[in-house]
Ligand binder design. Structure first.
Ligand SMILES: Nc1ncnc2c1ncn2[C@@H]1O[C@H](COP(=O)(O)OP(=O)(O)OP(=O)(O)O)[C@@H](O)[C@H]1O
Ligand SMILES: Nc1ncnc2c1ncn2[C@@H]1O[C@H](COP(=O)(O)OP(=O)(O)OP(=O)(O)O)[C@@H](O)[C@H]1O
Ligand SMILES: [Mg+2]
Ligand SMILES: [Mg+2]
Lengths: 253, 253
C-alpha cells in the first residue's frame, strides 16, 4: 500500500484535478485506490457528487478516532473515497493538542493497512501548511507536487520545499518527491522558463508529462466524472494517462 | 477611508493579482492606498519584491498589538503596504484566545484612521476561512470577490457566501459585496455559463468588466511591477483599468 500526498500550499495549482484524474488513470490498471479528501473545502468530494455539508469522513477519523473503513464511500469499481466531512475545518481552527496530533492520519492508515488491499492511497491537500498538511505529510511515503508555470507558483514552491525539508529534518524521515507541471501553456515563454528552473532545481524529480491547460479538465467535475469518463480523447485525458505511465515507469526530466 | 477585503477561500482565483492591479488602477486617480497582505504565504509582498522571511508586518499588529504605522513600507508614490510578516501563520496555527480576536485588525485600522489619510485600505486574503479571513471580514466595509469561470469555483463561491452570511447574521453587520470574474476565457462555454449563473444569483453585484486570462498578468509580479508598469497596453491592463472605473462608477450586471 503506497501512500501519496498531493500537496502544495499555493492555491489553485491543480491538486484536486490531479488527485481526481491521476488516481483514475492508476485505477485503470486494475489497481485498488483509496482517495482521502484532506481539504475542509471538500472539493475532491464535490468531484464525485458528494455535498460537503452532509458527509462525515476524515473529520471523524482525525477528531474522534474513528476507523477509516467506517466512513468510506465507494465511488468507482476500484476507487473508494474518504470524504473531508463537514467538521474537518476544526483540525485547523480548533486547538488540537497532544504530541501525536500530526500522526493521526498516519496511525489511522496503519490500522487500515491490515484490513484492506489498497494499492494506493492518494491524499488531496488544502492550500495551507497547517495541521492537515502535516498529517498528510507524515502519513505519506511520497508527495506529488503540482506546480503551475508562473512566478507566484515558484515563490510558493520554494516556500513549500523549505517547510517540507524542515519537518523531514526534525522528524528524521524522508519522502520521495515528484513534481508535475500543471495548467501548462506550451506556447508561453514564462511557463517554459519556470519549467526549466524547476527541472534545474529538482533533477530526476519532474515527471516528463506536463498537464496542459484544457477546458475539459475544468468541466469534468461538473458532471461528477473524471476526464476519462467525460472526454477520453481530450488533451486532458491524454496528459493524465501519460502522467500515470511516467509515474509508474519512473520517467523524469 | 474605505476598507475592502479581497476574499475567496478557493485557491488561485486571482485575489493577489486583483489586489495588486486593482489598487494600482485606483491609485492612479490621485488616491492614497494602504495594502494589507493578510496571507501568511506573503504573495502580495512578493509582488513588490518583499521577501517573506525577513519582514515583520501584520503579524506584529495582530499578535503583539503594534500600530500599523510601525510596520508600513511605502512601495509607490501613493501606495503603502503592510506586509504579512514571517509570523502571520501563527494567527491560524497557534491558538488565539479572547472574544475580540476577530476584531484585532478592525481595531488597529480604527486607530490608524485618526492619523492617516488613506482613501482605500485593500486587504489580500488567504485561501482559507480561518481567523485571518475573519479579521479581514470584520474590518471591511466592502468585500471584493474574485471568481473564476469553472465548476469548482462555483462550489467554493456558494460555500464562501454561506460562511459570510453566517458571520454577518451573528454579528449583525453587513458588508457590500462586489463580484469580479477573473482568469476569464471569453470563448469557453463553461466560463460564460458560470458567469450567467453568478449574475442571476447576485444581480447588481457583478462588476461589468471581466478580467481575461492574459499571460502579462502572470508575468508582472516577477518584475516587481503592476500590469500598468509592466505592460500598459495589454488586455490585463485594460481590464483592470476598466474594473477600477466600473467600481468607482457603480457599473454592474
Ligand atoms: N489543466 C487544467 N486545465 C484547465 N482547467 C484546470 C486544469 N487544472 C485545473 N483546472 C481548473 O482550475 C481550477 C483550480 O484547480 P484545482 O481546484 O484542481 O486546484 P487546487 O490546487 O486543488 O485548488 P485549491 O488550492 O483551492 O485546493 C479548478 O476549477 C479546475 O477545474
Ligand atoms: N487574469 C489572469 N491571467 C493570467 N494569469 C493570472 C490571471 N490572474 C491570476 N493569474 C496568475 O494565476 C496565479 C494565481 O493567481 P493569484 O495568486 O493572484 O490567485 P490567489 O487567489 O491570490 O491565489 P491564493 O489562493 O494562492 O492566494 C498567479 O500565478 C497569477 O499570476
Ligand atoms: Mg483543491
Ligand atoms: Mg493570493
Amino acid at each position: 500500500m503506497k501512500i501519496l500526498a498531493v500537496m502544495n500550499q499555493k492555491g489553485g495549482v491543480g491538486k484536486t484535478t490531479t488527485t481526481l484524474n491521476f488516481s483514475h488513470a492508476l485505477s485503470q490498471n486494475d489497481r485498488k485506490i483509496l482517495l482521502i479528501d484532506a481539504d475542509p473545502q471538500g472539493h475532491l468530494g464535490n468531484c464525485y457528487g458528494i455535498a460537503d455539508n452532509i458527509s462525515s469522513g476524515l473529520d471523524e477519523v482525525l477528531l474522534s478516532g474513528d476507523a477509516i473503513s467506517h466512513h468510506l464511500k465507494p465511488v468507482r469499481e476500484n476507487v473508494d473515497i474518504l470524504p473531508a466531512g463537514i467538521r474537518l475545518g476544526e483540525m485547523e481552527t480548533k486547538s488540537q493538542t497532544g504530541a501525536n496530533r500530526g500522526y493521526r492520519l498516519h496511525d489511522a492508515l496503519a490500522l487500515e493497512k491490515n484490513q484492506t488491499d489498497y494499492d494506493y492511497v492518494i491524499i488531496d491537500c488544502p492550500p495551507a501548511s497547517g495541521l492537515l498538511a502535516m498529517n498528510a505529510l507524515l502519513a505519506a511515503d511520497e508527495i506529488l507536487i503540482p506546480v503551475t508555470g508562473d512566478y507566484l507558483a515558484l515563490q510558493g514552491l520554494s516556500r513549500l520545499i523549505k517547510v517540507v525539508r524542515n519537518i523531514e529534518k526534525r522528524l528524521q524521515r524522508q519522502t520521495k518527491k515528484h513534481f508535475v507541471l500543471t495548467r501548462f501553456y506550451e506556447r508561453r515563454r514564462l511557463a517554459n522558463q519556470i519549467k526549466q528552473k524547476i527541472i534545474q532545481h529538482f533533477p530526476n524529480q519532474v515527471l516528463k508529462s506536463v498537464i496542459r491547460e484544457n477546458v475539459s479538465l475544468a468541466e469534468s467535475p461538473g458532471f461528477g466524472k473524471s476526464i476519462f469518463e467525460y472526454r477520453p480523447k481530450s488533451h486532458g485525458a491524454e496528459d493524465y494517462s501519460n502522467l500515470a505511465k511516467d509515474y509508474l515507469e519512473g520517467n523524469y526530466y
